[in-house]
Design a protein. Sequence first.
Length: 231
Amino acid sequence: MEHRPRSGAGENMGWLLGAILIALGAVALANQFLNFNFNDLVWALLFGGVGVAFFSLSLRSPANWWAMIPGYVFLFVGGVILLGRLGLHGDGMGIFVLCAIGFPFLYVFVRDRRHWWALIPAYVMFAVSGIITLAHYNLHGGIIGSYVMFAIAFPFFIVYLLNRTNWWALIPAGILSVIGAGIMVASFQFILPIVLIGVGVAILFIQFGRKGHSTQAELPKTGPEADKPRI
């Protein structure tokens, strides 16, 4: 019986390392003999290319799942270098880094819903990036405070919606939501009058609807009264 040689992880790793070393050597030669400007853009492309190579290795076989880790790291570093080259610094870079940390955890959950724990660090990273975004645009402090309260309350609402027996989750969710709404109202005094006007208009519409419905219900449908003309 003929046995065909199998390409294991070691062989695949050898191909990948060989390609990476050739790319590094080519860039080094270009830098020495051609006076090549080895700037940030080239570094970004180099790290990105190595990341793509690792990802392609992971896609070839499920056994090469480990290659996604260095692939993502190389792509992340390349992205940081490229964004810095394009002038993204400070808060913008912080938002990118936090989201980049959160996406792998989100991918873990999407790939296998049993790993629900991965949503916790992913949500934390995205929520903190939202705070940095609001602070970057110098929004009112009440907006940031309300955002924090609602961001903490949101997971408790999800816990209740996924399983209605977890009614206890409504307690912290409700308390935090009320605090967030209170901060918003206290920060923007015009919100409360607008809310009161809106509720009053809604009540009036409901009352008019009930009055029309009750008037139609009181009209006789049979007998002499029903035959009389109505204006």
